[in-house]
Write a protein that binds this ligand. Structure first.
Ligand code: ATP
Ligand code: MG
Length: 202
């Protein structure tokens, strides 16, 4: 098995993150965790790319619909539909509009537990309930309820891969192998070197 220090995940700063001037702050949060940035670019996505991106996980429609219904019910509110697939059809349409409105910054972060660590730093999908200390909790204020009333996607600054399997597919969709840099970062010795040798002189 490949060492976990090679785990990778795709992160995207969505158009609202760029417009809120949060690129530096967001990159800083992932960078200071110890993960290594191995690819980065700014691009304006096409509708086709966004559709492919969200449909990479065949379960995405069902999972996202159920997550939305559960969130409404937890707050004692009535979801826009009881059918998860009806909900995600609308969400996907809104995502295609939102994600193509301006530039995004796509990044690949690599390191031990990259997928899980990035999801933790990013916070839950809905900013209203994402924890303080996470990027979504600290820097924005949207909710499913208001975004649904307004007929738009939740503006939550970031996309981050949901699993290692999705991450591999999403990275292949957004980056060519040449755009990903294989290099050593000095910090990695401190994170991964089992012996921790060479700090003190002989
Ligand atoms: P992402 O995939 O963007 O990292 P996520 O995994 O936290 O976010 P998903 O459930 O995959 O969330 O939903 C993808 C995106 O669709 C969300 O980030 C959000 O912008 C939008 N979205 C999800 N659910 C809703 C909803 N109920 N109403 C409006 N927009 C939604
Ligand atoms: Mg997702």
């Amino acid at each position: 098995m490949e060492h976990q220090k090679y785990e990778r995940t795709l992160v995207m700063i969505k158009p609202d993150g760029i417009q809120r001037s949060l690129i530096g702050e967001i990159v800083k949060r992932y960078e200071q965790s110890g993960l290594k940035l191995v690819g980065i670019k700014m691009t304006v996505p096409t509708v086709e790319l966004i559709e492919q991106h969200y449909l990479i996980d065949p379960e995405w429609r069902m999972k996202t619909g159920l997550k939305t219904i559960e969130s409404y019910k937890k707050k004692g509110a009535k979801p826009p539909s009881e059918d998860p697939l009806v909900i995600t059809e609308i969400i996907l349409g809104n995502l295609k509009k939102y994600m193509t409105k301006g530039p995004v910054v796509a990044m690949v972060w690599q390191g031990m537990h990259a997928v899980g660590i990035v999801r933790k730093i990013t916070g839950g999908t809905e900013p209203l309930t994402s924890s303080m200390g996470t990027i979504r909790g600290d820097f924005t204020i949207d909710s499913y309820e208001v975004s649904d009333i307004d007929g738009r996607a939740v503006r939550n600054l970031i996309h981050a891969s949901g699993s290692q399997d999705d991450a591999e597919k999403e990275i292949a969709l957004w980056f060519t192998p040449k755009e990903l840099i294989d290099y050593r970062l000095i910090n990695e010795a401190m994170l991964y070197d089992a012996e921790l040798s060479g700090i003190l002189g002989q």
